[in-house]
Design a protein around this ligand. Sequence first.
Ligand SMILES: [Zn+2]
Ligand SMILES: [Zn+2]
Length: 189
Amino acid sequence: MNSHHRFIYVVPMGDIGDEYLNSMAESIEEQFGLPVKVTVNQGLPSYALDAGRQQYNSNLILKSLIDNAAPDALKILGVTNGDLFNPIFAFVFGEAQFKGKGAVISSFRLRGNPDSESATKCPPLISRLEKEAIHELGHTFGLKHCADPDCVMQFSVGVECADRKFSFFCPACRELMLWHLGTDLFLRA
Ligand SMILES: [Zn+2]
Ligand SMILES: [Zn+2]
């Protein structure tokens, strides 16, 4: 395996606890079989703040993550507590470059409304963050949404905090992910 471009970077941006970052890093290493580096916290991405909406433009964050990528980064995942939007959606849990290098996720909407009735049924925030991280990184490896309800690549709209049951790939998605991973490493060799 090529020794360059083989780390998945996790870039904290804002108020995300170390225990969350460590747990996410472990889960990513397990699912993708690649080592993870967690960088120093960059603070909230003020360059991407839309003052009128008080939300952060996920496209601008992706651009910055990729512009500033470390030379040995195969993929980069930004993790923020800021509320994300993009030109198409009023808010997003996360966004990724399909078959690209960058992804970003936010804990903001994943926290859900603690006063709502469904809140007690929510899995813990850490497990929601892990699933969102694996899902968005899956897109960077060329995976599309999956119809298997047990697969981390399943997509469901508007379900507050309970959208993804499992943090792992179905057999088909896993095989495709490994194939794309091999292609990625080969192309950069
Ligand atoms: Zn998706
Ligand atoms: Zn799947």
